[in-house]
Design a protein around this ligand. Structure first.
Ligand code: RTP
Ligand code: MG
Length: 140
C-alpha cells in the first residue's frame, strides 16, 4: 500500500477538554505521522464550506455552530494507507458504536461531539488539505 496523506481535525469538544496530546498519541501509536498542524478558530464560512456535502441534512446548522464554538486543531497525517488507518483509529461516527480502543470510544461525547474528523477518500483528502494548508506548511 502506498504512502497517503489525510486531513484530520481535532474538534471543539476535544480541544476544550485539553485532549490534543492524548489524541495525537493515538495517531502516532497507529503509525501516522503529523506532517502539518495548527490550532485555529474556524469561521462560519470555513465550516459551511468544509461540510457543504451535509448542507441539506437536519443537523447542518448545529454542526456549523459546534465547529465554530471553540478552537480546533487542523492536521495532515501521513502514513501507509493513512486514510483507512486514520478512520480505523477514529472509530465509528457514533461513539456508542465505536470499537474498544478507538478515539471516539474513549473520548467522544455524542454523535455530534465526536472529537475528530478524518477524510473519507483520496479526493476529499486533497480538497480538505488544500482548504486549510498551503503546500509549504506540510513537511513530510
Ligand atoms: P467526519 O466527517 O467528521 O470525519 O465524521 P464521519 O465521516 O464519521 O461522519 P459524517 O457522516 O461525515 O458526519 C459529519 C459530522 O457531522 C456530525 N453529525 N451529527 N446529529 C447527527 O445525527 C449527526 N450526524 C453526523 C458529526 O460530528 C459527524 O462527524
Ligand atoms: Mg465524513
Amino acid at each position: 500500500m502506498a504512502i497517503q496523506r489525510t486531513f484530520s481535525i481535532i474538534k471543539p469538544d476535544a480541544t476544550k477538554r485539553n485532549l490534543t496530546g492524548a489524541i495525537n498519541a493515538k495517531f502516532e501509536e497507529a503509525g501516522l505521522r503529523i506532517v502539518a498542524q495548527k490550532r485555529i478558530r474556524m469561521t462560519t464560512a470555513q465550516a459551511e464550506t468544509f461540510y457543504a456535502v451535509h448542507s441539506e441534512r437536519p443537523f447542518f446548522g448545529e454542526l456549523v455552530e459546534f465547529m465554530t464554538s471553540e478552537p480546533v486543531v487542523v492536521q495532515v497525517l501521513e502514513g501507509e494507507d493513512a486514510i483507512a488507518k486514520n478512520r480505523e483509529v477514529m472509530g465509528a461516527t457514533n461513539p456508542a458504536e465505536a470499537a474498544e480502543g478507538t478515539i471516539r470510544k474513549e473520548f467522544a461525547l455524542s454523535i455530534g461531539e465526536n472529537s475528530v474528523h478524518g477524510s473519507d477518500a483520496p479526493e476529499t483528502a486533497a480538497i480538505e488539505i488544500a482548504q486549510f494548508f498551503a503546500g509549504n506548511e506540510i513537511v513530510g
